[in-house]
Write a protein that binds this ligand. Structure first.
Ligand code: ZN
Length: 135
């Protein structure tokens, strides 16, 4: 009975997961959840996985196949050297492309600025950056 209860509890957690998150690698889910909590709109399921972005200098890329299905590719070597706020900024940047249709910004006070910035910069400007992304 105890085992059945544990299995049932695991299923409640695992099986009740939103379809939005089923194609998202475990490393990325917490950042996607943060994005989803801030974003008031709905968005289609997007796959997020480690891989090789098409440009050697990119840490991530949003690609769209012929069916319109969008996939975010994250370079694992970049990811592994990032602090938490850089990881968050990268996922928010790619979701900015894939979900919000945003293009790059020349303003460093935007997650759509195309280069990674210092962890302390993201930490100090988190509120402003969050507002700017969803404006
Ligand atoms: Zn970009």
């Amino acid at each position: 009975m105890r085992h059945a209860l544990i299995l049932f509890t695991l299923c409640l957690i695992g099986c009740a997961e939103s379809p939005l998150f089923t194609s998202i690698g475990a490393d990325f889910k917490s950042y996607v959840k943060m994005f989803d909590d801030l974003y008031s709109g709905s968005w289609p399921p997007i796959e997020i996985k480690f891989g090789q972005p098409s440009d050697a200098s990119w840490a991530g890329e949003c690609i769209q196949n012929e069916d319109g299905q969008k996939t975010i590719i994250i370079r694992e070597t970049s990811w592994n050297k990032y602090c938490e706020s850089q990881k968050r900024a990268l996922i928010f940047h790619e979701l900015g492309h894939c979900v919000l249709g945003r293009s790059h910004s020349t303003d460093t006070l935007s997650y759509m600025y195309p280069s990674e910035l210092q962890c302390a910069f993201y930490d100090a400007n988190k509120g402003t950056l969050d507002i700017e992304l969803f404006k």
